[in-house]
Structure formats: C-alpha cells, structure tokens
Design a protein. Sequence first.
Length: 88
Amino acid sequence: MDDDRAYFLFDGDLDQMGTIYTALREAGFPVVKNNVYPGFARDQKEEYKEALAFVFEHRTNGWWSQEDDLIKYGVCTQPEFDQALGRR
C-alpha cells in the first residue's frame, strides 16, 4: 500500500526493497510504502530501528544498502558492519 506518511525509508534496488518490504510484513512489522520505498511513519522511529535490526540479523537481501542507518541507529558499529559484509 502506498502511504505518504512513510518517513524512515529503506534503500536499495527495486528487488532489494521488495524483498525487505515482504520480509518485514511477514514478520509483522507495520511497514508501509512511499512509492517503491518501504518505510515507517515519523512517529514509528522505534519500529524502524527494530526493523533495521531484523533486516541486519536475518541478512535480508539488501541489508548492506542500509549501512548509514544501521550505524546511525546503533544496530551495529562500522567494524561489525564491515565484518558482516566480509570487509577486512
């Protein structure tokens, strides 16, 4: 469903965003879409952070495209992200 309230948005290519949206919906997250971007409303910051953690922990296709927000919201540190991505 398209929803212009979506404020915290996931990023990635179309396939990744579709996979993230579906995975989050199936896991029970209140995710909506703004155009093709899955996201959460401005007042759902905590839900967005939990969804980021879910995507990272489950290595959902496109998790690496969320690098900035994963680090910004404390889901992982840069070294943890790099290790998960296989960077040394």
